[in-house]
Design a protein around this ligand. Structure first.
Ligand SMILES: Nc1ncnc2c1ncn2[C@@H]1O[C@H](COP(=O)(O)OP(=O)(O)OP(=O)(O)O)[C@@H](O)[C@H]1O
Ligand SMILES: [Mg+2]
Length: 270
């Protein structure tokens, strides 16, 4: 059993937090310290941008927050409760609350499953399965498809019949069908055509506002993070080297990595 989190009773617990999380990936001889004593707090309603160079540990940290990687040491908490070492059934509950959207919808969607089944599949998990009529499921499906800008009439079609942007809408609908409190997004637009990126980013912003979601958004594009987020954490070699409110980090970056990432934002935007 983990001791309850010590905190100010006035303050709500963080939606998600890591405490000194370390994780080594790869085999004993080689491998890399993907996370090195990472402590991160995601408060309820935050829109946190997680930025850093390639290989700095952003995706690994997101997977730890989603309960997909177990850290070697340290703790991960959802609303104050530790999720480390939980049984599969409890982790399944966590996944319903903390949804993950990945970079490339081509590889995250099963080509043999039609869109309706793809989106409603998380509801069939043994943990979430309860007496739910076919009509109820189908109403939920239509509602979430409509919410992400997909025609509910197209539920019988297959992922390959959709464009990249539409496939990412399918992945987002699938993430939202369990009514999560937190949306974790790992570079959700970087595999998409430039022309549809803004549409998907704006959709994410709308959904976050409409559903009151907490969001952690991974990117190495600080222009995108400025558009979407209100807080930022900067990673380098498995550590968080700088974090805080977006406006102050952007105005007065303290770390070289942050300055380099900011310098990469094009100043002329057409
Ligand atoms: N399964 C794995 N086995 C061994 N090393 C891994 C594995 N997955 C990731 N790594 C290594 O862990 C480190 C962190 O990787 P991670 O994917 O979290 O970085 P990232 O910040 O998401 O990078 P990118 O911006 O390229 O997506 C990198 O050095 C990577 O090579
Ligand atoms: Mg990554």
């Amino acid at each position: 059993m983990n001791p309850p989190e010590r905190q100010d009773p006035q303050e709500p617990p963080a939606e998600l937090r890591t405490e000194a999380v370390s994780l080594h990936l790869g085999d004993r001889r080689g491998g890399v310290q993907a996370l090195d004593a990472v402590s991160l707090e995601v408060r309820p309603g935050a829109r946190l941008g997680l930025v850093g160079e390639s290989g700095s540990g952003k995706s690994t940290l997101l997977r730890v927050l989603a309960g997909l990687h177990r850290p070697d040491s340290g703790d991960v908490r959802f609303r104050g409760d530790s999720i480390v070492g939980r049984r599969p059934r409890e982790l399944a509950e966590l996944r319903a609350n903390v949804a993950l959207v990945l970079q490339d919808p081509r590889s995250s969607l099963d080509p043999r499953m039609n869109v309706g089944r793809t989106i409603t599949e998380p509801l069939r998990s043994p943990v979430l399965r309860r007496a739910r009529s076919r009509e109820e499921t189908s109403a939920q499906l239509s509602k979430v498809m409509d919410e992400v800008g997909l025609d509910p009439e197209s539920a019988g079609r297959f992922p390959h019949e959709f464009s990249g942007g539409q496939r990412q809408r399918i992945a987002i609908a699938r993430a939202l069908i369990t009514r999560p409190a937190v949306l974790l997004a790992d570079e959700p637009v970087s595999a998409l055509d430039v022309s549809v990126r803004a549409q998907i980013l704006n959709l994410l912003l709308e959904l976050v506002a409409a559903r009151g979601l907490t969001m952690v958004f991974v990117s190495h594009d600080l222009a995108v993070v400025r558009h979407l987020c209100d807080e930022v954490a900067v990673m380098q070699e498995g550590r968080i080297v700088e974090s805080g409110p977006l406006a102050s980090v952007y105005r007065d970056p303290q770390h070289r990595v942050t300055r380099d990432l900011l310098a990469a934002i094009p100043t002329i935007r057409i």
